[in-house]
Design a protein around this ligand. Structure first.
Ligand code: PMP
Ligand code: GLN
Length: 399
């Protein structure tokens, strides 16, 4: 993986070999660049306005009334586990026992780490869709396993999974498929037909599936289909999500895992030695958030749909090739129509040229050449910020 500040570790002489390829995450690096240069930060995916005041008040009430200020129970507070199970039932018709089939984690990040550390043996192969979220590669490495990337290819304005390539990537050593839909950074949403084919493959080859669905409420075309609901999948799927994206409180770090009791027990075994527990008072607030009426979820999605459209238009006007995302709050753009070819160099120079920060997609690839001309812009920002950013990009590139 070609993290920008990665390779050989003269500055990290004590870091072990499993992690030697991993430098500072691109998100920290690019947010620091934005702060240093006073640029508009469309790099790291965090909203520039907080989530509902009512939910912030619930968090503050929890702190002041002593709910969650001491270690909460290892699996998460019962109120939140019940609310997570009710959310899965309400939106997807999936039934989970809150006591045995739900686990609260320190964000989706810990859920991913605990799941991979729990399920993978050293030497096992884990297939991930490339470009992939950066912590996948690091956690597979920490587990001593081998990542096998399957590349999403640009086709007709979207990044598409080649199911034959996925099938061909499965070997006798493959232990699990690590999916992410809606997909960061491409904005691809796997279709029900693709998910069905993946489910059939998992059953046929007896694979576990870990599915990262943190953008489940940001699907702009069609509806989110949780893989765990497909035939044969319940017993082999670990589903991961998080409050950070859906409720715009990324700093609270409340995530969760759902699955069968056997799978959740395995993940909990690893999780208890990572953080043990986290985010006590916030767990109560997220329980309340998950019970917000449907209107909250619809308004959230529609707000971001409008922002997606605004930024897509602005980027196209500035001369980028635009992959209109079907989900997430990210747009992948092609810099070649601007006469550019190297996304990493482009992102490094963008603050100076336009006063804007973006993320180079190449860092999310093993086959870096497949990601070289692409950069990612986040649109979870205020409308006026997006308008300012698109005007800056237009001035820098379109005139
Ligand atoms: N998975 C994906 C695909 C993400 O984009 C992110 C974060 N932004 C995470 C996991 C991590 O989520 P959290 O902040 O809840 O740890
Ligand atoms: N998930 C967010 C993104 O993709 C950032 C999370 C992080 O900084 N680790 O931009």
């Amino acid at each position: 993986m070609a993290l920008m500040s990665a390779p050989v570790n003269s500055d990290r002489p004590f870091l072990n070999r499993r992690l030697a390829a991993f430098g500072t995450t691109i998100f920290a690096e690019m947010s620091a660049l934005a702060a240093r240069t006073g640029s508009i930060n469309l790099g790291q995916g965090f909203p520039d306005t907080d989530g509902p005041a009512q939910i912030a008040e619930a968090a503050s009430r929890a702190v002041l009334t002593g709910r969650g200020n001491q270690y909460p129970p290892g699996p998460g507070v019962p109120e939140l586990r019940t609310a997570i199970a009710a959310h899965q039932q309400r939106f997807y018709g999936l039934t989970h026992d809150p006591d045995t089939e739900v686990l609260v984690t320190a964000g989706a990040t810990e859920a991913i780490a605990a799941t991979l550390l729990a399920l993978l043996e050293p030497g096992d192969e884990a297939i991930a869709l490339e470009p992939y979220y950066d912590s996948y590669a690091a956690c597979i490495a920490m587990a001593g396993a081998v990542r096998v990337p399957v590349t999403l290819r640009p086709h007709a304005g979207a990044f598409v999974l080649d199911l034959d390539e996925l099938r061909a990537a499965v070997t006798p050593r493959t232990r699990l498929l690590l999916l992410n839909t809606p997909h960061n950074p491409t904005g691809t949403v796997l279709t029900p037909a693709e998910l069905t084919a993946i489910a059939e493959l998992a059953v046929e080859r007896d694979l576990l599936v870990v599915t990262d669905e943190v953008y489940e409420h940001l699907v702009f075309e069609g509806a989110h289909t949780p893989l765990a609901g497909l035939p044969g999948m319940r017993e082999r799927t670990v589903t991961i999500s998080s409050a950070g994206k859906t409720f715009s409180f990324t700093g609270w770090k409340v995530g969760w895992v759902t699955g069968t009791a056997e799978l959740v027990t395995a993940v909990r075994s690893a999780k208890q030695f990572l953080t043990y527990v986290a985010s006590g008072p916030f767990q109560y607030a997220v329980a309340e958030a998950l019970r917000l009426p449907d209107t909250y979820f619809t308004a959230f999605r529609e707000d971001l749909r409008a922002k997606r459209d605004l930024l897509c238009t602005g980027l196209a006007d500035a001369g980028f090739g635009v992959f209109r995302p079907a989900g997430t709050y990210f747009i992948t753009a092609d810099i070649r129509p601007l006469g550019e070819s190297d996304g990493i160099a482009f992102c490094r120079s963008l603050p100076e040229r336009a006063g804007v920060v973006a993320i180079p997609n190449a860092v999310f690839y093993d086959h870096t050449e497949a990601g070289t001309p692409y950069v990612r812009f986040a649109f979870c920002k205020r409308t006026e910020v997006l308008m300012d950013a698109t005007e800056r990009l237009r001035k820098a590139f379109a005139y």
